[in-house]
Design a protein around this ligand. Structure first.
Ligand SMILES: Cc1cc2nc3c(=O)[nH]c(=O)nc-3n(C[C@H](O)[C@H](O)[C@H](O)COP(=O)(O)OP(=O)(O)OC[C@H]3O[C@@H](n4cnc5c(N)ncnc54)[C@H](O)[C@@H]3O)c2cc1C
Ligand SMILES: NC(=O)c1ccc[n+]([C@@H]2O[C@H](COP(=O)([O-])OP(=O)(O)OC[C@H]3O[C@@H](n4cnc5c(N)ncnc54)[C@H](OP(=O)(O)O)[C@@H]3O)[C@@H](O)[C@H]2O)c1
Length: 272
């Protein structure tokens, strides 16, 4: 009698969408950034997002939307991430190390792209928390400075520590040999905190409606003839800032119908 052949466990197939982590930096207890290899065939517009993830315990990958924080000319891809304590993905993703692999589906999409705005003189990048990520890409893209005379980056977090990734990015950009000259005089960075005293404080919505930001930066108030805006934050922030932008006479656009401003959610859900 011949024994039943026992099926050998099939070796795990390498995921065709696997990318290798090249560096990781932790900014706070709840924020980190990391870089991965870029698939050779991946083309994207600065400001777009992709699905990234890790293999799940049941073999089904856990995938989430992530804005690409690096500009489209970069050889690698950078991401800026929250750490949600019990989050299915980020409770594990926060432990990645250089040499580890993540899954990246190379199908970039999104509305925070230059193509979705009509031409203008000034562009306002309005972000809360990790909503900075798409602007980390757009601020490093020369197209932004070709298209606009002034680029105003408003970023608001609860604490000063949470602003560090953005602050260091802007400082590096200003010091950069290639793009520094292009950025000089055009990029106006306006970081604020809301729950910790700092040099500049207040919600983006309040600083726009009160006119404080225009006063501080010596700028004319927003005007639909000259100003364009891109928004990325929590649902509540997006909804409130859209009302402010509409109040200045700006209208929402999309890839299919470019207008004066565009919006994307930084995350889905009510709170960590
Ligand atoms: C278009 C788009 C782009 C995104 N880009 C990014 C990005 O660049 N960086 C990033 O960290 N996340 C981004 N997210 C959120 C991301 O998809 C995941 O939700 C996040 O990685 C947490 O995954 P999780 O499985 O650990 O927890 P989830 O189950 O996905 O989330 C649990 C809860 O945590 C809160 N939460 C999730 N993400 C955030 C966040 N970023 N900031 C504050 N609270 C949050 C929400 O309340 C959510 O209900 C994006 C989401 C969308 C829709
Ligand atoms: N327990 C904690 O210590 C702790 C710390 C950080 C985050 N969290 C949780 O994590 C989740 C995400 O936190 P987060 O700090 O990334 O995002 P967040 O709560 O959306 O706050 C980010 C920034 O956006 C501002 N903001 C929020 N809603 C706004 C609105 N409608 N209009 C204008 N500005 C607005 C906040 O100002 P305000 O400060 O004025 O709200 C804050 O400066 C939150 O739901 C929170 O519960 C908890």
């Amino acid at each position: 009698m011949t024994a039943n052949p026992v099926a050998e466990p099939s070796p795990a197939k390498p995921d065709p969408n696997a990318q290798t982590v090249t560096s990781v930096r932790h900014w706070t207890d709840t924020l980190f950034s990391f870089r991965v290899t870029r698939p050779q065939s991946l083309r994207f517009r600065s400001g777009e997002f992709v699905m990234i993830g890790l293999p799940g315990d049941n073999g089904k990958p856990i995938m989430r939307a992530y804005s690409i924080a690096s500009p489209n000319w970069d050889e690698e891809l950078e991401f800026y991430s929250i750490k949600v304590p019990d989050g299915p993905l980020t409770s594990r993703l926060q432990n990645i190390q250089p040499g580890d692999q993540i899954i990246l589906r190379p199908k970039p999409v999104g509305t925070l792209v230059h193509d979705a705005l009509i031409p203008g003189k000034r562009v306002w990048f309005l972000a809360t928390g990790t909503g900075l990520a798409p602007f980390a890409s757009l601020m490093r893209d020369p197209e932004t400075y070709d298209k606009f005379d002034e680029v105003i980056m408003m970023h608001t977090c609860r604490t000063a520590e949470e602003l560090t990734y953005g602050r260091e990015l802007v400082e590096a950009l200003e010091a950069d040999e290639l793009i520094g000259e292009m950025v000089a005089g055009k990029l106006k960075y306006y970081p604020t905190t809301t729950r910790e005293p700092s040099e500049r404080m207040g919600r983006i919505t309040d600083n726009l409606t009160s006119g404080k930001v225009f006063e501080d930066l010596g700028l004319e108030p927003m005007n639909p003839a000259t100003d364009r805006a891109m928004v990325c934050g929590s649902l509540a922030f997006n909804q409130d800032v859209m009302k402010v932008l509409e109040g200045f006479g700006l209208n929402e656009g999309a890839n299919s119908e470019p207008r004066e401003y565009v919006v994307e959610k930084a995350f889905v859900g009510e709170g960590v």
